[in-house]
Design a protein around this ligand. Structure first.
Ligand code: NDP
Length: 401
């Protein structure tokens, strides 16, 4: 029985808080705080209606370390779950250290002026969390998050040695809108427009963004174009699994999405370089974000499924083996349960499970941890019982590309 403070009232925060309320035995008291308190109150109302549980709400600017520290001291949680934006990670980690409380997030820290997708800033907190006897769990979403747990499970139970790893992320959902991003548009567009990068023979191989495409037939969705991309869990997987010779990340995009993205890129709307407009400085990407639909508004519109998994090749008991571990999640079912579409659902549920791992003591330690460092079994068990069931399938052969 533990108190938890969740920061961030977007789609992911909404799902996590709904699922925490459905697990009252673990989360005895929930406070949701975010920049706009009315969004917290709307989520609290939905949680009350769906689960009967009352949660507290508060306004907070999480960039303000002193204010966040004071909020943590007044709520007295055992854990702060950061579901705001990657820009807030370090400020919230600082506030957790100041208040003496454990920390969890779903995305690595990003400076506002540069898209980096790297853990260096947060790994630099290792000694401070260790000395304070506190745990910081990084990247407890789906990817990063579940994909790393799938890999750790593969190594523990399915393969003695992993040679190659492919992460396949398919969102087969359709909103009916010509262009919308399914999580925070600014972070999503930064990720998609970054150069591709994968790990091969002990080094990073870079290429232009969205330049390498393959067709894959996703169960529950059908054949889709997927593109080689960089994604932040590649960095921690390379660090914790030096045996893996090649690690790649693939994500599906529809032609209409890519056509819009190309045009927006060509006219400069996806730039994060500040520019002067009518006497004031603006960042084109932030203006674009303001024009696009909020991901949390897409719930009632989205139909179809997500299918995210890992395909690993290697050896088991002296024989070559290829295993595919995956989850399929239905947008409409996710919406019916929590009022949010499957991309928020597949991130918010693992955030809740990561929080449950810490609060129940199934995962513990002092310092900064990535998901690969922890026992996959209790997390995998909870995926099955909390709405993200997974399957393991033996493939006849490795991927042909
Ligand atoms: P949204 O943009 O929908 O929500 C973000 C929330 O954070 C909003 O409520 C926003 O408030 C709040 N916020 C922003 N800045 C501050 C601040 N300074 N102080 C307090 N609150 C703030 O994003 P999502 O819910 O889609 O995503 C949440 C996080 O999850 C992101 O970090 C994203 O990168 C990550 N993510 C991870 C995935 C994974 O699989 N690992 C997949 C998808 C997302 P306001 O409404 O006032 O703007």
């Amino acid at each position: 029985m533990s108190r938890v403070l969740v920061i961030g009232a977007g789609g992911v925060g909404s799902v996590a808080v709904h699922k925490m309320a459905m697990n009252k035995d673990i989360f005895s008291h929930i406070t949701l705080a975010s920049r706009t308190k009315s969004k917290c109150d709307a989520i609290a109302e939905s949680v009350k209606q769906r689960t009967g549980v009352t949660i507290d709400t508060a306004a907070i600017d999480a960039d303000d370390v002193a204010a966040t520290t004071a909020l943590i001291q007044s709520v007295k949680p055992a854990l702060v779950v950061n579901l705001a934006l990657p820009y807030q990670d370090l400020a919230i980690m600082d506030a957790c250290l100041a208040a003496g409380v454990n920390y969890l997030d779903t995305a690595n820290y990003e400076p506002r002026d540069e898209a980096k997708f790297e853990y260096s800033w947060q790994w630099a907190y290792q000694e401070r969390f260790k000395e304070a006897g506190l745990m910081a769990l990084l990247g407890s979403g789906f990817d990063p998050g579940v994909t790393s747990v799938f890999t750790t499970y593969t190594k523990k139970h399915l393969l003695d040695r992993i040679d190659t790893l492919d992460i396949l992320d398919c969102n087969g959902g359709d909103t009916g809108l010509p262009f919308a991003t399914n999580f925070n548009p600014e972070i999503n567009l930064r990720e998609v427009t970054a150069p591709s990068r994968h790990w091969e023979n002990s080094q990073w191989v870079e290429g232009p963004a969205l330049s390498h495409k393959q067709v894959f037939d996703f169960e529950g969705v059908g054949p889709k174009n997927m593109y080689l991309m960089y994604h932040e869990e590649l960095e921690s997987l390379v660090k914790f699994y030096p045996e893996i010779k090649r690690i790649r990340f693939w994500m599906t995009f529809g032609d209409s999405y890519l056509k819009h993205l190309e045009v927006l890129g060509n006219v400069g709307m996806t730039s994060i370089e500040p520019m002067m407009f009518q006497g004031r400085e603006i960042i084109p990407m932030e203006l674009l974000k303001a024009l696009l639909p909020e991901p949390s508004s897409l719930g009632p519109l989205t139909k179809g499924k997500t299918n995210i998994g890992t395909i690993a090749t290697g050896e088991k008991d002296g024989k070559a083996r290829t295993v595919y571990v995956k989850n399929i999640c239905d947008h409409e079912e996710a919406y019916a349960e929590t009022g949010n579409q499957a991309v928020s659902y597949t991130t918010g549920v693992p955030a809740m499970i990561g929080a449950a791992m810490l609060l129940t003591g199934k995962w513990s330690g002092a310092g900064v941890f990535n998901m690969e460092q922890l026992d996959p079994d209790p997390f995998m068990d909870m995926l099955n019982t909390q709405g993200l069931p997974w399957t393991v399938e033996d493939l006849d052969a490795p991927l042909a590309f």
